[in-house]
Design a protein around this ligand. Sequence first.
Ligand code: FES
Ligand code: FES
Length: 175
Amino acid sequence: MTRTMKPASADRSADATVDVALTVNGETVRRTVSVRMLLSDFLRHELGLTGTHVGCEHGVCGCCTVLIDGKPGRACLTLAAQANGYSIRTIESVAAADGTLHPVQQAFKECHGLQCGYCTPGMVMNIVGRFEEPQALDLSDDGIRELLSGNLCRCTGYLNIIAAVRRAAELLGRT
Ligand code: FES
Ligand code: FES
């Protein structure tokens, strides 16, 4: 008797889906998505918010950092389903509606804190989130390096980013 093997996918049903409702940059959004969809893909592909970058896609580089209920978090390690009911902020929400840069963005501009810019949205969201926490930040070199330790940059050598964090603290009155 000859037996033929089924292709691996033959018995697999289509991905299960789930309804999600979350707030993104102040607006409620509702979608039906795959249970496996990452928050980073949800933001980029479902909502067109491509300012959230994806580098490693496994939690190492920090490019995909967004604020999840005000705390910096990795959009590539979060499922869209897990974000159900949460408030997400992305880089698109940071500058004012009239285009005025947020002080953290302004500081990056003044201090030349970016080159290719790929890491920058994640850097900015991490720093914005940390400055929005009430406790004082350690603005020593070591303290800023610790603050940035979850965000990798392949271009700048970090010195200008460290300067930008200090300048942001000045602009925000957090020195
Ligand atoms: S893309 Fe999320 S940490 Fe690298
Ligand atoms: S500016 Fe290029 S990776 Fe940071």
